[in-house]
Design a protein around this ligand. Structure first.
Ligand code: GLN
Length: 429
């Protein structure tokens, strides 16, 4: 059997093929010579599987889709509060290149518009031989899983007409948000926008954000969870500029567009998406790209506000074995967040006080949130107060060292069958 996902993507692509709305960006002269017919979609699951169709090997410049990743780098290096002292998180409701600051704080309103992105660029660490743009290129290459390069022609072309971004740079220098020569920073920012990508690269980058900063293919944690969450929140409220509200209601996922015609979208916990079609609407967002994203969101039920109900099956199996049935096994499965933890504790409430051994097996738990850890161990304490001996089996090591601290005698890193064999041998029927 062949998965129908590519056929579905092809269907979406052919449906919007006839849409010829929009204009090529021409304020960067080089972008005006792009082929307006190019069209591509890519989808990457959080386990690293990628589906792509259309002009999926065509490279184009990342432009403003670099902004969330530059923001991520700045957050990674300086921490959230230091970055917040330089760039706000409020949607501006203005065009991406508005020359404006937040009236009260005299800071750029958010990192997705140019004033905020130029500031964020200045927060990327710089070393002697590694410029900020080069630092970002390396970071994006890691996220994409291949070595990316700069489009020097687009870079040069934007430099030649960068008057508006330069005035934003001077404004930021005037109020002290930029502490260095604004020309260097603006040039660096423009270089960052000229990194070449395909939709596959973008979908891979988006899937790392969807996966809370963890890159499934390499198993590497590239961003901390709180950084990924911060980036996605800002994408959600500010990523589509003055069309953000329209986007949130009709598509409903964090996203970012670029003037070369790309859009990335992230459905947290599920998928990273990318589309490419160069003609733009009046907000500077890809016209066909928006149509595709709306279609995907509708068909695939991606809208965040629809929410994903909890699977409601935290206890996969409960049974009693051993002498006098004094060993009670709870095989847990799924995700342990607040809803599931509450359900588990409600079920555990029915365990009558006794000297039984209660085994909570985490082997089939795929994700455990901090609140899940807290509630689980609170349940363990209360079961112990009722006289039980409690063991948490963590064969897959889903709990971190930190979370196991002080609980060495409760958490056993052993497989359920092995563990049961051992205790039943000690205490046969
Ligand atoms: N390099 C472009 C600019 O700064 C990026 C804008 C965009 O993609 N919206 O104007």
């Amino acid at each position: 059997m062949k998965t129908p996902v590519p056929d579905y993507l092809n269907h979406v692509l052919s449906q919007c093929n006839s849409n010829d709305q929009g204009q090529l960006a021409d304020y960067i002269p080089e972008l005006a010579s792009a082929d307006p017919n190019k069209l591509a979609i890519a989808l990457a699951t959080i386990d690293g599987t990628i589906y792509s169709i259309g002009d999926d090997d065509t490279e184009f410049t990342i432009q403003s889709m670099s902004k969330p990743f530059a923001y991520a780098l700045a957050l990674k290096h300086h921490g959230i509060s230091a970055v917040l002292a330089k760039v706000g998180v409020e949607p501006s409701g203005e065009a991406f290149n508005q020359i404006s600051l937040d009236a009260k704080h005299k800071l750029p309103k958010n990192p997705m518009i140019n004033s905020g992105a130029i500031t964020t660029h200045s927060l990327i660490p710089v070393k002697k031989k590694v410029s900020r743009a080069e630092h970002l290129r390396r970071f994006l290459s890691e996220l994409a899983g291949r070595e990316l390069s700069f489009d020097e022609q687009v870079y040069q072309s934007e430099l030649d007409t960068a008057f508006r971004n330069l005035s934003i740079g001077y404004m930021l220098r005037t109020v002290g948000v930029l502490e260095e020569d604004p020309i260097d920073i603006v040039h660096g920012y423009i270089h960052q926008c000229a990194i070449k990508v395909t939709v596959k690269d973008l979908a891979n980058m988006a899937s790392v954000l969807a996966n809370g900063g963890l890159q499934a293919k390499t198993g590497k944690r590239i961003l901390e969870r709180d950084v990924a969450r911060q980036v996605l929140s800002v994408m959600m409220t500010c990523g589509m500029y003055d069309a953000a509200g329209d986007w949130l209601t009709s598509v409903g996922i964090p996203a970012k567009s670029g003037v070369a015609g790309g859009i990335i979208g992230v459905l947290p916990g599920q998928v990273g998406l990318a589309v490419f079609s160069p003609k733009l609407d009046e907000h500077g967002n890809s016209a066909r790209g928006i149509e595709i994203m709306e279609q995907l969101s509708q068909d695939m039920g991606l809208h965040l506000m629809e929410g994903t109900p909890s699977a409601q099956t935290i206890v996969q199996n409960r049974y009693q074995i051993g002498k006098r049935n004094a060993i009670v096994v709870y095989e847990l499965r799924g995700v342990l967040q607040f809803t599931e933890s509450e359900m588990l504790l409600r079920i555990l409430q029915d365990e009558p006080a006794s000297k039984n051994t209660i085994i909570l097996d985490l082997t089939n738990i795929s994700l455990i949130h901090n609140v899940g850890v807290k509630m689980l161990f609170e349940g363990v304490n209360r079961l112990k107060e009722d006289g039980h001996n409690v063991v948490v089996l963590d064969a897959e090591g889903i709990l971190t060292e930190e979370q196991c601290k002080g609980r060495k005698r409760i958490v056993v890193k052993q497989d359920l069958q092995e563990y049961l064999k051992k205790v039943l041998k000690k205490d046969p029927k």
